[in-house]
Design a protein around this ligand. Structure first.
Ligand code: AHG
Ligand code: MN
Ligand code: MN
Ligand code: MN
Length: 336
């Protein structure tokens, strides 16, 4: 019966991407092989996160990263897992990780045509208290058949071929776009497979939630302050928006994608470029938002148009429901 078909017609992420490949025949399966290695990394981190409390994986690793942050044991472990999985895929040539000061250039024998930028563990401050955390990644194609250089990863986000995140929460959910829409997959631990559970995700055009760290309000600029004020005291008498802020970008963005609303990490007097990193936080999440019918804005321009000059560069970001982001764009335009 058709009703039973879905129970026996398991759409795994591997099958899904292979189907997508028909649209990119030139990739000759390389992309599918790359993605299967990213998926392997996510499965490993998912089990490590779930066992963290038991396997003494909580707490600090005793190192600090280029961001000046204390690295957690899981930050370091996840980073090593993804670097090894990506190099062993034989499909990558440059890797940029939040946890490594320099980019990794894969040795020629193992080199492929993809560049992967990633945040191996996002929301590290939430690890020890069991709140959802995640992995974020973006994929570029190397510019052309020359010796790989940093220019191959300092590309605008609009050049990304694919982007996604995996959220390690009550369930392990991988959200992915390869440029034709957004799809969500949930790990079935009994099968060890990511199964399609959220086909063709579209973000509501307008939402009732705003998501920002209100603790930084003292340092915000005019447009951000005016926007947040309008969320709390709407001028048109409509009901105020709810505030939801988890402090893990993956979790805040996943909720925004599914429920609608706006996520903001603005610049402020202390850090004019905000906190979030362009290559492996701002670009992948902006890519997903646009693919789901939302938008992403830096306070000055469309986020995906930004051309990064350094691999750990930061940018303010306002992303989410189309109409909500439109509001903040108007306030910044009025400032000019
Ligand atoms: P990471 O743990 O990868 O360094 O990222 C943390 C980021 C992001 O996940 C989150 O949105 C933001 O930090 C929260 O920052 P605040 O605690 O300053 O609000
Ligand atoms: Mn960090
Ligand atoms: Mn992060
Ligand atoms: Mn991180």
């Amino acid at each position: 019966h058709a009703a039973d078909a879905h129970r026996t017609d398991l759409m795994t992420i591997t099958r899904f991407v292979l189907n997508e490949q028909t649209k990119h025949p030139e990739s000759r399966g390389d992309f599918s092989i790359l993605l299967s290695h990213i998926v392997l990394g996510c499965k490993f981190v998912c089990t490590a996160v779930n066992k963290a409390g038991l396997a003494k994986l909580l707490g600090l690793a005793g190192e600090t990263n280029v961001q000046g942050e204390d690295q957690k044991k899981l930050d370091v472990l996840s980073n090593e897992v993804f670097i090894k999985a990506l190099v062993s895929s034989g499909r990558t040539c440059i890797l940029v990780s939040e946890e490594d000061e320099e980019a990794t250039f894969v040795e020629p024998a193992n080199r492929g045509k993809y560049c992967v930028v990633f945040d191996p563990l996002d929301g590290s401050s939430n690890i020890d208290c069991g709140v959802s955390i995640g992995t974020i990644f973006g994929i570029y194609m190397i510019k052309d058949g020359h010796e790989p250089t940093l220019d191959d990863v300092l590309q605008p986000g609009m050049n990304m071929l694919a982007a996604g995140y995996c959220m390690y929460g009550s369930s392990c959910t991988l959200v992915l776009s390869t440029g034709s829409g957004v799809n969500g997959f949930t790990l079935d631990p009994s099968l060890g497979e990511f199964i399609l559970t959220h086909p063709d995700i579209k973000i509501p055009k307008k939402g009732k939630i705003y998501s920002v760290n209100e603790g930084n309000a003292k340092n915000w600029d005019g447009p951000t302050s005016k926007y947040v004020q309008s969320c709390k005291y709407p001028a048109d008498g409509s009901s105020p928006k709810s505030l939801r802020y988890i402090g893990s970008m993956v979790a805040d963005v996943h909720r925004t994608l599914l429920y609608g609303g706006i996520f903001l990490y603005p610049g402020d007097k202390k850090s004019p470029n905000g906190k979030l990193r362009v290559l492996y936080e701002v670009f992948p999440m902006s890519f997903l938002m646009e693919q789901a019918g939302g938008q992403a804005f830096t306070g000055k321009q469309r986020a995906l148009d930004l051309v990064p000059e350094k691999i750990h560069e930061r940018s303010p970001i306002f992303l989410g429901s189309y109409d909500d982001v439109e509001e903040i764009k108007k306030l910044y335009a009025a400032e000019e």
